[in-house]
Design a protein. Structure first.
Ligand code: FAD
Length: 397
């Protein structure tokens, strides 16, 4: 049996960062992953450039049944701390939009940085590892792995959520939480595209690839102003991914397809200047032509000139385009979701250290717990902040 101070399950964002920090604090750390290489989600993230944090990180950007839980860790290891680390490794970055920071070059740089930080901390990395069993006694946690048995007083679960099973996601963390008597909240896919019911899907399929600025509102009143993308399966783009985390099956979302103008005033101005102009061409000044043509084919935009458009029809049109009510059929699920909502109940954990109250030495960090950020670098920041908080508590034996 090999002994360590800390065993960490999951060499993703949280696990690698925690391993590096704990190792650099003198811990003998074993970091285990079921995959062939560490940081697989990081490599896929941000279109290959990793949106590693956000300039505007704040607790309000996180969903949790316990909204205060994330405050301490986010305040103790901030976006500025991670930006500083990225800078020390010479990684160039830029702000894309809404405070979202991406590598100029490649997400591989973030993985290389984390690997280098782990090496600096003397971390032992064991890939392609399965955890067959976990038991606890006076000596701490004993893990049967494929091919070896290890023991440590500290066990950190950083195995992430259920999204993207193709990238190694498993329910391991939830099972361990349950094994040690911790409550696990129901999980569901978040930051995920919507699918649509058949007639609407077929009608909108011609728009696949069209992107528009939008303001999207969930039934609970949550609002995001981002781009919406029509796809061959339904609706996607940042606006839809964001609102999907606030959507429950059966609910509607309301979409303003013209958030940057006062449509009523625009139509009135255009009517004064060009009364014979067609409504279709007028709207095509503000919306993609394909979208206007599709809505006209669906009977949502009347085939009239501006001077023929009466007040009632204009009101109806403004409502259609600025309060378009859509009832999604569902989401694409964990297969394409960026995150998993729910998970290990944070009421079971210390917000300062991430340690389970009922199981001393057992910690949960990153996405496995019930803390989920908005789209835009917030989820990686939670991985860094929760991992850092945990690492401060991992004293060498
Ligand atoms: P993960 O990074 O998922 O790591 C968990 C690790 O545990 C994995 O390596 C997995 O293989 C391993 N594991 C799981 N089960 C076991 C087991 N039984 N035994 C051993 N190992 C196991 N967030 C952002 O902030 N910015 C982005 O740009 C961004 N882009 C994303 C793009 C995609 C396509 C996806 C899917 C997610 C994206 N996210 C992004 C979300 C972000 O990747 C996650 O929130 C973050 O990776 C969570 O970190 P984690 O360490 O908790 O879990």
């Amino acid at each position: 049996m090999e002994r360590f101070d800390t065993v960490i399950i999951g060499a993703g964002a949280a696990g690698m960062f925690c391993a590096a920090q704990a190792g650099q604090r003198g811990n003998r750390v074993l970091l285990i992953d079921n995959g062939k290489k560490p940081g697989r989600k990081i490599l896929m993230s941000g279109g290959g450039r990793c949106n590693f944090t956000n300039l505007y990180v704040e607790p309000a950007a996180y969903l949790s049944q316990n909204p205060h839980f994330c405050k301490s860790a986010l305040a103790r290891y901030t976006q500025w701390d991670f930006i500083d680390l990225v800078g020390k490794h010479g990684i160039a970055w830029h702000e894309k939009t809404l405070g979202q920071l991406f590598c100029d070059d490649s997400a591989q740089q973030i993985v290389d940085m984390l690997v280098a930080e782990c090496e600096k901390g003397g971390v032992t990395l064991r890939l392609r590892s399965e955890v067959l069993s976990v038991t606890r006694d006076d000596e701490g946690y004993t893990l049967e792995l494929n091919g070896m048995t290890v023991n440590a007083p500290n066990l950190v679960i950083a195995s992430g959520g259920l999204s993207m099973p193709g990238l190694g996601a498993t329910p391991f963390g939830y099972k361990i939480a349950e094994q040690f008597g911790l409550n696990v909240l129901p999980t569901r896919a978040g930051l995920v595209p919507f699918t649509l019911h058949k007639p609407l899907l077929e009608q909108l399929q011609v728009l696949s690839g069209v992107s528009v600025a939008s303001v999207i509102t969930a039934q609970d009143g949550t609002v995001f102003r981002e781009n919406l993308l029509f796809t061959h399966r339904g609706l996607s783009g940042p606006a839809v991914l964001q609102i999907s985390s606030f959507w429950q099956p059966g609910e509607f979302v309301s979409i303003n397809l013209l958030p940057d103008i006062d449509l009523d005033a625009f139509l009135n101005e255009q009517r004064s200047a060009h009364p014979n102009q067609s409504l279709k061409n007028t709207l095509a000044m503000q919306l993609p032509k394909r979208l206007v043509e599709c809505l006209q084919a669906l009977g949502q935009i009347p085939e009239l000139s501006l001077k023929q458009l009466n007040v009632r029809d204009q009101q109806q049109l403004v409502e259609t385009l600025t309060e378009w009510r859509v009832q999604p059929n569902g989401t694409e699920g964990y297969r394409t979701a960026e995150v998993t909502l729910g998970g290990v109940d944070t009421n079971e954990l210390s917000s300062r250290t991430m340690e389970a109250r009922k199981a001393p030495g057992l910690y949960f960090i990153g996405e496995v717990m019930d803390v989920t950020g908005w789209l835009g670098g917030y989820n990686f920041q939670w991985a860094w902040s929760s991992a850092w908080a945990c690492a401060q508590d991992l004293a060498p034996a």
